[in-house]
Ligand binder design. Structure first.
Ligand code: C2O
Length: 363
């Protein structure tokens, strides 16, 4: 049977050890969402005609960057216990990843849900960002609002995007800034998509070439079939899959995790923020990174190689999560409804000349 998230507002526990103990937490381990006493509704596809065009974070227009800053600031200005607040949105990751929920609705109340390290990774994060983007757009009353993506698969986009870095902009706090990042990895440092905790200290040109080879590895060589790309099966009754397990999908285990570790601050007790599941959502760059991870799913599909097809098992298609939507309604969403992003009314702006700059970078 598929993994079924419970009613997140009534069945939720504090973040626990789940995947390695959190000691000396810098962020709270109380990650349960606020309860507004609502009942869960079925998801309805958006009916608007506008398609949100997600944009490369290193090449945003002034309007894109300003809207984004304003929207995140509006989120930060909400009271913490509002389901759309910056803190509530960050806690979603913590609750779904650090043992907030159990498989009670699938008949296993003693087993936690972990949406990482398995085939739930891509669809869960797709839904998470879908609602996050719509909430931000609503906060600034901009129906075409779209998230930026950190385009680390393109040599021009490999450093942390500049807009995230300054503490203040025009004398105002920069809503995209986060204090808990590795100070050695701020721009112009080029990300290491194969980061294992140790800086390679190689020339930038060489690092960029390595990164292209890593993207090739994750999207082609190691992701040649459904489960090696998405991650292994994870169904009701399965214990949370451990980090580092063989069944972790190629992008998740590879470039995705490398970026988390590379950005997280190693001088913090749990590599906050990006270096730990429970705290990652507190860094605005998390959502920008994940927008690109989400894009790799599309790129992988668009490569059109044999084997590049989504899972068809009912246990994947019918796995579900519960989120607050942009209207503060609780909705249940299924993996099967996020496969076609056209129906979710967003897309990614691509450089028409060079969609796969790593295509010839076979390691
Ligand atoms: Cu839910 Cu990048 O981790």
């Amino acid at each position: 049977a598929p993994i079924t998230s419970p009613d997140i507002t009534s069945i939720c526990k504090d973040a626990n050890s789940g995947i390695g103990d959190i000691v000396g937490a810098v962020r709270t381990r109380k990650c349960c969402p606020p309860s507004l006493g609502k009942t869960i509704k079925p998801f309805v596809f958006p009916t608007e005609t506008t398609v949100r065009k997600r944009w490369p974070a290193h090449a945003g227009t002034k309007k894109q960057v300003d809207d984004y800053r304003r929207a995140i600031q509006a989120m930060r200005d909400l009271p913490d216990d509002h389901p759309h607040s910056f803190v509530s949105q960050a806690k979603i990751h913590c609750a779904y990843c650090n043992g907030g929920y159990t498989q009670v609705d699938s008949g296993f109340p003693e087993i936690d849900i972990q949406i990482h390290n398995s085939w739930l990774f891509f669809p869960f994060h797709r839904w998470y960002l879908y609602f996050y983007e719509r909430i931000l757009g609503k906060l600034i009353n901009e129906p075409s609002f779209a998230l930026p993506f950190w385009k680390w698969d393109d040599p021009a986009g490999m450093p942390i995007p500049e807009m995230f870095v300054a503490e203040t902009v025009d004398g105002q706090p920069n809503s995209l800034y986060d204090v808990y990042r590795d100070s050695r990895h701020l721009p112009p440092a080029v990300v290491d998509l194969d980061f294992d905790g140790k800086d390679k200290n190689i020339p930038d040109q060489q690092q960029r070439a390595c990164n292209l080879a890593t993207v090739y590895r994750d999207l082609v060589r190691n992701g040649g079939d459904t489960l090696s790309f998405f991650g292994g099966e994870y169904v009701a009754g399965d214990k949370p899959v451990a980090n580092g397990a063989k069944s972790v999908g190629s992008v998740e285990a590879g470039s995705h995790t490398a970026v988390h570790r590379w950005v997280g601050d190693t001088t913090q007790p749990n590599n906050e923020d990006m270096g730990n599941f429970y705290s990652a959502g507190y860094d605005p760059v998390f959502y920008c990174h994940h927008a690109n991870v989400d894009r790799t799913w599309k790129l992988w599909k668009d490569l059109g190689l044999p084997g590049h097809v989504e899972p068809t098992s009912p246990d994947w298609l019918n796995a579900s999560y519960v989120f607050y939507d942009e209207n503060q309604e609780l909705v249940r969403v299924y993996n099967k409804d996020c496969v076609d992003i056209g129906k979710l009314k967003y897309t990614f702006l691509e450089n028409s000349k060079e969609v796969f700059p790593w295509r010839k970078s076979r390691p």
